[in-house]
Design a protein around this ligand. Structure first.
Ligand SMILES: [Zn+2]
Length: 460
């Protein structure tokens, strides 16, 4: 594996070179290469890199193959002039390396989040990563909307750090058997929980440089929230939910600690816990952070809210959420799901941010925990996810009625699910979570404690 590290670095270096010398029109032309030209560049690649082929087929990279000479030769490809032909040859070479190194990234799993599998990301500004499959992504992978290098790689994926708007991107890879139940039933079950209608938030205000800010100091009725989460945990297991999602801001450190303990022990009922739970975010010390736990109660990722909410009481009384986030985005990669990102409430409404997440990070499942008086803006913005084959789960909480006096009509629906990609039948792709249909906050269970809206996605 010693020399493979250099191959990954060389691969990232070649990707950077290709990114710098090509543009969308180049890839438009490349997609229409004539067979004669195709033959010609193929022949040249085989002539320059005979060791990468055997009987005309691409060979798997190996320690013996990965020599200093090969690295020198690869470097030489990009040192010359950048005529159209050279660029075509470079792109073809990248697709060959992609396939040649594929077996080294099969079933790739990380213990801790990484930036890339290459160690020269800071120099090349390319984060090289394994590309996990997404069951609902179209096989042409958006090539009718976008022409670029990433369309020509099958096994690797990369992040162009020059295009992430200054955000650091961290990547966590889950093992293939994370969603084994979903694989058997060929459907990934998403469960969304409004959690409670009792979550009152206490807040303080502060003025700095003439700007009004608000901070969340505490949540009332923590006992009800914890009680509901325990009830919901039973429901999630009963429905065999694969990914559970809870709303923004109703989290609490003590509740998380208690759940970590519950999850770390063998379940009382013998049923396995939900493989991935997006806990309600915790507002604390100028940070609004969501934690995602796995079934054993280990942290998978944490994601901070990046854009402050403007709390408008009246025309003259407005306060900005007093968050000071670190500019980091954490992605979860898992075979079958593709790439998951969490955009907390307002983050999903910021057009530049969501477009970067879709177009540069190529996220395929977007999770939006909210604490919001309306759903209209969210339903509008997520339409841009459709061409990216990115499914969306948005969940709000019934507690908003308590705090902001938002009427119940505004909280209908309390969540929605946008189904994209293959076999998405609904005209606008949106399945709404209607509280009335589910008797959320109505029946005997007066505070959403057993209310889970579930949706299935094709899987495996
Ligand atoms: Zn409810």
């Amino acid at each position: 594996m010693f020399s493979l590290k250099y191959m990954f670095n060389m691969f990232a270096f070649l990707i950077r070179t290709a990114l710098d010398c090509t543009d969308e029109p180049f890839f438009e032309r490349y997609s229409a290469l004539e067979p004669e030209r195709w033959e010609e560049i193929n022949k040249d690649v085989k002539k320059f890199f005979p060791t990468l082929f055997y009987n005309g087929h691409i060979v798997q990279m190996s320690d013996s193959l990965c020599s200093k000479e090969l690295l020198e030769q690869l470097r030489a490809v990009v040192m010359g002039k950048k005529e159209e032909y050279d660029k075509q040859l470079l792109v073809l070479l990248l697709t060959i390396l992609d396939s040649s190194m594929s077996k080294y990234i099969e079933n790739y799993v990380t213990k801790e989040a990484i930036k890339g599998i290459n160690s020269n990301a800071d120099q090349t500004k390319v984060q090289l990563l394994p590309r996990v499959k997404c069951s609902w992504e179209h096989s042409n992978r958006g090539s009718c909307h976008y022409n670029g290098l990433i369309n020509y790689l099958n096994f690797f994926y990369f992040i162009d750090m020059n295009k992430t708007n200054g955000y650091e991107i961290w990547n966590q890879f889950l093992s293939d058997d994370t969603f084994s139940t979903a694989r058997k039933r060929k459907a990934l079950k998403i469960g969304m929980c409004p959690l409670t209608n009792q979550g009152n938030l206490n807040w303080t205000k502060e003025t700095r440089n003439g700007i009004g800010y608000f901070s969340i100091t505490d949540i009332e009725d923590k006992e009800i929230i914890e009680e509901n989460m325990l009830k919901l945990n039973v429901e999630l297991k009963k429905h065999q939910v694969d990914i559970a999602i809870m709303p923004e801001m109703l989290g609490n450190h003590q509740i998380e600690e208690n759940f970590k303990e519950i999850f770390s022990e063998f379940p009382d009922d013998g049923c396995e816990n939900c493989p991935l739970i997006v806990f309600p975010s915790i507002w604390s010390n100028h940070h609004n952070i969501v934690t995602v736990f796995n079934e054993q109660g280990d942290i998978v990722i944490q994601q901070e809210k990046q854009h402050p909410f403007l709390y408008t009481i009246s025309k003259d009384e407005r306060y900005l959420e007093d968050i000071q986030p670190e500019k980091k985005i954490s992605l979860i990669h898992c075979d079958g799901v593709g790439r998951i990102a969490i955009l907390i409430c307002k983050d999903a409404l910021m057009i530049e941010y969501i477009q970067m997440v879709l177009n540069i990070l190529k996220v395929t499942l977007l999770i939006i925990p909210s604490f919001s008086t309306g759903n209209y803006d969210f339903q509008e913005i997520v339409q841009c996810c459709r061409s990216a084959d990115c499914c969306v789960c948005w969940i709000n909480t019934c507690s908003v009625a308590n705090l902001n006096g938002a009427n119940n009509k505004k909280l209908e629906p309390i969540g929605f699910f946008l189904r994209c990609g293959k076999k998405s039948e609904l005209p606008d792709g949106i399945f709404r979570c209607n509280r009335k249909e589910q008797s959320c906050c109505n029946g005997e269970e007066r505070d959403c404690g057993r209310c889970v809206f579930t949706f299935d996605l094709p899987f495996g």
